[in-house]
Write a protein that binds this ligand. Sequence first.
Ligand code: MG
Length: 457
Amino acid sequence: MEEQRRLFGTNGIRGVVNKDMTAKFALEIGQSIGTIFNNGRILLGRDGRSSGMFLSSAVASGLMAAGCSVYDVNMIPTPGLQYVTKTWRFDGGVVITASHNPPEYNGIKVMDADGIEISSEKEIKIEETYYERRWNIAEWESIGKMNVKTGAIQDYKDAIKRHVDQEKIEKAKLKVVIDPANSVGALVSPSLLSELGCKVYTVNANIDGSFPGRNPEPRLENLDALCEAVRASRSNLGIAYDGDADRAIFVDEAGHPHWGDKSFGIVEKFFLHENPGEKVVTPVSSSQMIEEIAERYDGEVVWTKVGSTIVSRKMLEVSAKLGGEENGGIFYGPHLAVRDGAMTSALIVEIVAKTRKKFSRLVKELPTYYIHKDKVTCPNQVKQKVLERLLEETREHRVETVDGVKIWFPDKSWILIRPSGTEPIYRLYSEAKTRSKTMNLISKYKSTLKQLVKNTL
Ligand code: MG
């Protein structure tokens, strides 16, 4: 009897190829997904991983066995598949990707007809179908068909171009270096930016599922080759993507990389400047800078739990046009309320072109905060109790409890203490105008939390 653990994490199912992600598993998950999509038409795509074809064939087979028709678009960034799933009016979409994980991993992301990853209710239905082996087994004459679908990337690029001022970008004659981590970002962004009138250089732009150039997670310390190429080519900007190109990280004209909270702040500032009064959706772990910009430019921040799908769904619920995460995920609603590396790149290029400012200057003009993260061990079974006790102790402060507890102090510094969804730990995030204040908050609440865990056990 298989243990009925959750299969879907924050962004789909992930695992090591041929250990967790076997052909049999992919086939049966495909058949379970196909059962929930009930004879629907499903778009299928994948990132550049070596195991992509192997897993996508198995998932396709399972979908067809359940009676769904499969339309294969081949390699594509996740947000590209999301865009065409919605605009081509498919019933759903599946992307074979493990996003930023190392090469031995792969995964399965499932999209609904609106292009956003399926809700957790639907994920649980798929898991139940899988564990109880209650999947559809179509009669021979109603087994789904396999189709090849072309034109997805072109439609996706054309849509992005319509959201930015092409004339202004072309006039600015920007030079940009792109680093797609040897994955699917290479299929979209170099030609997109060059069609927008930029002079484009690339590093790590040949698709190679072993990721020979760098780790597919665009962390600042992984971007040396890109930073060097920006300096050597005297470019205005460098852009790095993760493995499925839904996140983008930017390097300034001096070759310094900046974390995603900065690019989000820049996009937010210009978006609110042009669209005052709009809402901006972001998880509670995001920088206070986002709220300060919103106050200054007459916007409103809507805080959510951590998770990109939660941000997407909240944007639709409150009719917000902009969302963002500190990890480089920016959601531009007029295109599609999902995080999208190519759309983000076009927006940043447009801002640099319109303002005629260097990227480093745009970063410098943002409000400054210092952020620090830490963790405290806490067994899963006492997490809830610890949280309740913590809340009792914080009654005199302004708090937000959408995900763990976020406590604001009068000087705008804050600390967020949230239970991890996957590990037996509490995560602590703190932010303040000075580094010492940030560190003090962390050490104070770390000891409070340790004491609470000890007393609760
Ligand atoms: Mg990703």
